[in-house]
Design a protein around this ligand. Structure first.
Ligand SMILES: CC(C)(COP(=O)(O)OP(=O)(O)OC[C@H]1O[C@@H](n2cnc3c(N)ncnc32)[C@H](O)[C@@H]1OP(=O)(O)O)[C@@H](O)C(=O)NCCC(=O)NCCS
Length: 208
């Protein structure tokens, strides 16, 4: 059985450790890892919280890791640091999801129960899709993006990298969302959104 470290000793990390059975995977969980010096050395869910220096002093042979962080920019920063090590980032996809044939997946992806992903959709590295989302066909979701529960993306929606989609938001077909944009909870996207904008409302309008 491979060893697994959960990066991020926060709520998402705790959630994964408590509910690892949900993904029907089998790992030997070594513990959490975190950059926060105030957390390192303590325990969470009965498991040690390790610092990144653990990777320097221990061989990362056969080591798997899941990045349990929701902030897209934090996920990007951590994954860059971890590139130095030979770590495997498996996809954790609940068997209670439906993924069409012809879906392309990167690595380090989390997909929670009751989500569906339709054909010819591409999901980039370290994307999180929370519970109960419907992702249409020919959709692109750029690296590090985080999709909250209950998001519905119509066919040909294109999300850039590091997009943060709030709970229950929706897009009509062919909408493009630029990198690092933030979409408010329950927003309805009917026009393209430039990079770095925060939008909210029905229909979605720029608020920041
Ligand atoms: C859109 C969002 C990111 C904005 O957060 P923020 O930058 O802190 O913005 P503020 O709270 O200062 O709100 C700014 C304005 O937008 C409005 N607003 C904020 N979120 C809104 C939303 N989802 N829908 C409609 N209006 C919204 C506020 O009422 C406020 O209006 P005002 O200036 O007239 O008072 C945030 O409110 C949001 O919806 N986040 C989604 C979080 C989420 O889904 N988490 C899931 C976790 S699993």
């Amino acid at each position: 059985m491979k060893d697994l470290i959960v990066f991020g000793a926060g709520d998402l990390g705790k959630h994964i450790v408590y509910n690892i059975d949900m993904f029907e995977v089998e790992y030997n969980i070594l513990g959490f890892m975190d950059e926060d010096a105030n957390k390192v050395g303590w325990e969470l869910c009965g498991l040690p919280i390790l610092g990144i220096d653990y990777l320097q002093s221990n061989k990362a042979e056969n080591l798997c890791m899941v990045i349990a962080i929701s902030s897209p920019s934090a996920k990007e920063a951590i994954s860059k640091k971890l590139e130095l090590y030979n770590i495997e980032f498996p996809n954790f996809i609940s068997p209670h999801c439906w993924l069409s044939k012809g879906v392309k997946l990167g690595q380090g992806i989390l997909i929670y129960p009751n989500s569906t992903v339709d054909f010819e959709t591409e999901i980039g590295d370290f994307v999180t899709i929370n519970a109960g989302c419907t992702i249409g066909h020919n959709v692109t979701i750029g690296r590090f993006s985080t999709i909250a529960p209950g998001v519905n993306l119509a066919g040909f929606t294109e999300l850039g990298e590091k997009v943060n989609m709030g709970i229950g938001c929706c897009s009509i077909q062919k909408i493009k969302v630029g990198n690092s944009s933030i979409i408010g909870g329950q927003a309805m996207l009917i026009k393209d959104i430039e990079s770095g904008k925060t939008v909210a409302g029905v229909p979605a309008k720029i608020i920041k």
